[in-house]
Design a protein around this ligand. Structure first.
Ligand code: PEP
Ligand code: MG
Length: 327
């Protein structure tokens, strides 16, 4: 199988009926960018910038961040990179920032990600400047994690715009184009997409956190792993509504959680209209093979029917259908 996937590296990710499904990778270390070439992915759909902070003994200063981001862009070459701003706090504590690792009863629901970054404005400003400088003369895609309300997106974007104005006033070279996106991982945000979508350039669904919040089930607790399923009517219907809203507002939508890296899950996501996945590099071969053996119209019809039958065993049904189709 490995050899078969490797042979697909340079083949396009299109279905039998000619529908493109863009496959990108999730990354966080500099060398991960090399995986783009090796895996045959079309870019980095989620670059977890907090890795640099987590593996560092001291707070990475702005220059160090900037150098790192530039190296990532260099390694990615002409392929796009979506930088997610720092997602620490909760269980990803930074030992050198004492106040960021204070104990919390519910760290996943706590002072983390964009909430923390907006409160610790120095942290966010430094990162914004580092990203803007690193992308001088190139495209910059920035994504904010754990947006719960549209105003948080506005506030985060403003931090970047202020830094941009500063750089412009100093006659520094600016990025050629900047796109700002939000992650959808807090369910409440899905109820105000009519407010959010006109503001943003793209949306990316983080299914790891989204599932944990939808099911109120800790993503790190193995005792709960069997309690909910990515292939459930609740999740698929939820994401389906987000797809429809994004279509209406003509906003690019991707899924960047681990869900998209599993073949059956990726198939179900295609069935509800997702055509852009950012996944773990090791999964690109298998997912591309699935895409290339699938007929998009058929999977859409199948999933649509399944969604109207929420008492069915979704995993079983989808698995049966996939084997019958030779997917
Ligand atoms: C997610 O929550 O699905 C996600 C992609 O981000 P992380 O796993 O880093 O929280
Ligand atoms: Mg997340």
């Amino acid at each position: 199988k490995k050899a078969r996937y490797a042979a697909l590296r340079d083949e396009p990710s299109v279905t039998k009926d000619g529908k493109k499904v863009t496959l990108m990778i999730n990354a966080g270390l500099r060398d991960d960018a090399l995986a783009i070439g090796l895996s045959g992915a079309e870019g980095i759909g989620l670059f977890r910038t907090e890795f640099q902070f987590l593996i560092s003994a001291t707070l990475p200063q702005r220059e160090r961040q900037q150098r790192f981001y530039r190296e990532v862009l260099d390694a990615a070459g002409d392929k796009p990179v979506v930088f997610r701003t720092i997602d620490v706090g909760g269980d990803k504590a930074l030992p050198y920032l004492k106040h960021v690792s204070d104990e919390e009863e519910n760290p996943a629901l706590g002072w983390r990600a964009l909430r923390l970054a907006l409160d610790q404005e120095g942290l966010m400003k430094a990162q914004a400047r580092a990203l803007l400088e690193a992308a001088a003369g190139r495209n910059l895609n920035v994504m904010f994690p754990m947006v719960s309300e549209p105003w948080e997106f506005d506030a985060a974007k403003q931090v970047f715009e202020t830094q941009l104005e500063y750089l412009a006033s100093r006659k520094k070279q600016l990025p050629s184009r900047i796109r700002y996106g939000a992650m959808l991982e807090v369910p409440a945000l899905a109820e105000v997409l009519d407010v959010l979508l006109p503001k943003i350039d793209f949306l990316s669904i983080g299914t790891n956190d989204l599932t944990q919040f939808l099911f109120a089930a800790d993503r790190a607790d193995p005792r709960l792993a069997e309690r909910y399923d990515w292939l459930s009517p609740a999740i698929l219907r939820f994401i389906r509504r987000v797809v429809l809203a994004c279509r209406e507002h003509k906003v690019d939508l991707a899924v960047c959680g681990e869900m998209g890296g599993r073949t059956l899950e990726a198939l179900a996501l295609m069935g509800i209209g997702i055509d852009r996945l950012s996944i773990t590099p090791a999964a690109v071969g298998a997912v591309k093979a699935m895409v290339r053996s699938t007929n998009m119209a058929d999977v859409e019809g199948f999933i649509e029917e399944l969604l109207s039958n929420p008492t069915a065993n979704f995993r079983q049904e989808i698995s049966n259908w996939a084997s019958k189709q030779g997917v």
